[in-house]
Design a protein around this ligand. Sequence first.
Ligand SMILES: C[S@@+](CC[C@H](N)C(=O)[O-])C[C@H]1O[C@@H](n2cnc3c(N)ncnc32)[C@H](O)[C@@H]1O
Length: 376
Amino acid sequence: MRHLSVPRAQTQHWLELCRTKQWNSITAGVTNLEDGTNAIPLNELAPREGDPIWDGHPHVDIPANVRPKSENWLDHLDEDFVAEHSEELPRSFEIQGDVLIVKLGESIWEYGEMMADAMLTQFPHVRLVCGTPFYSGVKGEFRIRELIPLASRDGTVSPRTRVRENGYFLWVDPSKVYFSARLSNQRMATLHSSKKLRNKLGRGLVVADPYAGVGPSMASLLKEPDLLSGYLAGDLNPDAVELLELNIEYFTSRRKDSEGNVAEPLEPSEISCCDAKSWPLDAKNQGVVDLLLVNLPHQSIEHIPALLPLMSRGHTTVLRGWAIAERTAISDIESSISEAVLAAGGVVEQLAVDEVKGFSMTKVFVCFEAWMFLSS
Ligand SMILES: C[S@@+](CC[C@H](N)C(=O)[O-])C[C@H]1O[C@@H](n2cnc3c(N)ncnc32)[C@H](O)[C@@H]1O
């Protein structure tokens, strides 16, 4: 196999260049040569020997150093380094589309690029590795993580990417907008409840998703034939709304009815960038919503009274949302929802509050779902 021979001290530089240009072989590793140089395996796209890009470094034809398939990204790091830093090395990471996000402690931050290179080697579908400082947590009113690009496979450092979820693609950008792949089963449950409500009402639903983020819930509902007749969706974060618009446009343009024909246009079909609590101040939004999603877990419960004027009246409607609560105070959520529905002139037909996962030592992340009837 053709290799680029370079002084050992320059290996990282040339590896990066070849990786950015996609000229390196991904099946073979670097070979140490007896003359003290390192040989980087090249693929057929790499320019020929003598091209000015190689800066005079020669090509050599030697057998490929085929790597046994590694189980772990740590296998691509120096063994002594791993042993020395075993306590500080990250144990987990998150992948959104082709972006890998890893939390790094201060003591290990200086090795970020080297670790990111090892991750790029281990995960061929990852394009960009971003670090998030351990101490920084989430920032600002939109609770976004600070992301710092550590290494890129092709030189691009934009974290905007597409994730695949429940069989469809969504635009996301972890540096600007909240998105959690871990909640995809919650979105499936939302779809399930929506179908039940649709069957009960015998017609398509109008859904409101005022904290939509990039729109993962909207995507699963829009994709279902004959489920929706209209929607109101939005977010306070303008970056979220930009991606929400892209995602909704993608799904609405492909909508089909259950017979496979192009579906009827949705009415209403609105995307807004504003505070959810201001939606009901617009008269045209009042009394139109059959299914309301409330996903602002730190504040969902306190926002509910302001949002209930959106709900349509004279038939069953559903409020479904997520909240973070003290483990000992789950019953308070039930009473707050019941009181809000009563104050809006309705009754709760069914109410469930279920723990989804632990959030901290004392707090839990819960899903609530209230079936209600608001009199006309
Ligand atoms: C927990 S995220 C949920 C996003 C999305 N529903 C999902 O499941 O991925 C909450 C979203 O609410 C937005 N947000 C925060 N305060 C808001 C407000 N007052 N009105 C509307 N959206 C708000 C944030 O920007 C964020 O995108």
